[in-house]
Design a protein around this ligand. Sequence first.
Ligand SMILES: [Fe+2]
Length: 387
Amino acid sequence: MPFYHKLGKIPPKRHTQFRKPDGSLYSEELFGTVGFDGMYSNIYHENRPTQVKEIKKQYHVAPKIARANNMESLKLKGFDVKPENDYLDSRKTVLTNSDCSIILAAPQQSLKNYFYKNTDADELLFIHKGSGKLRTFLGNLDFKYGDYLLVPRGVIYQIDFDTEDNRLLIVESRNPIYTPKRYRNWFGQLLEHSPFCERDIRKPQELETHNEKGEFLVKVKKQDDIFEMVYAKHPFDVVGYDGYNFPYALSIHDFEPITGRIHQPPPVHQTFETSAMVICSFVPRLFDYHPNSIPAPYNHSNIDSDEVLYYVDGDFMSRNDIKPGYITLHPAGIVHGPHPGAAERSIGKTETEELAVMVDTFKPLQVTEDGLKLSDGTYYQSWLEKE
Ligand SMILES: [Fe+2]
């Protein structure tokens, strides 16, 4: 995150002696991104963070691809993904390319029997259903309906869920996920025209420090393999850190919509970006107020990006027959737009309650077997006018 955060105990000067009450040294770790060019934090551990005892298992978890090349607009019934006990087992990749994966998950149990670390990708967890606590070695974040949780690559985490009824949309990105550059000044501060600001971003405030030694299973994801690594010390043994690289939360309900006299283009909804995609939030807002405005969007060509919409709540005015948890994919190369009747229906409406997350990827998405299973098979014909 492009601002400074400090949690726990740190020495006054970096890379200097920082001693425990017994006189021994804490172990310092530079936790960086993009080589040594990106955001980083300096972390202080009770024990050396390098103590691998055993690599128990290695197995491949890349999704099976059903369609490498896809030109069909798809509607996926996301809530048809079956709930599963284990957090990692419950994650089903439905769409993917070499930059990112779009994952649906309905985990029934907390992730607490092992620790998880994704070294391939930043993870953006959107909480559609459920609440609880994201527990990380850099501090904890409480979450509830509507929260985005940004977990930078390499952050070791567990999750406590309050109940069994959880639905998550997860975007894995192999490029770092940032707030949009055009909303930041040259120091990184979010500007006045940004739809959210630093005050809306929740930073970890609670740090768990465990000093136990023994055997601690960390499932590490690298190149779509899971490595089951046993560490000799508790992964949450940090006494303090400071820097710019840490997990944070932002509620979609704190995104302030930008509206106008005529239809506003999708970039006004932008919330996050990478070098390979954008992530947008469609939130309840007043509609366009020109006397002749058409609040429904115009038809638009997806020439350069695949468009994924994840429907969260409310009535999505440009689509017929859309329910919470549905995903639509409008692939690059063809035109899409409001369904028949939607433009007329939108005229005169003054506001919308729609809530949705959009992911536009610059490279085409492949459809996985798990994704295609959720498809209704007829969505691409849904723009046909009735004879
Ligand atoms: Fe669109």
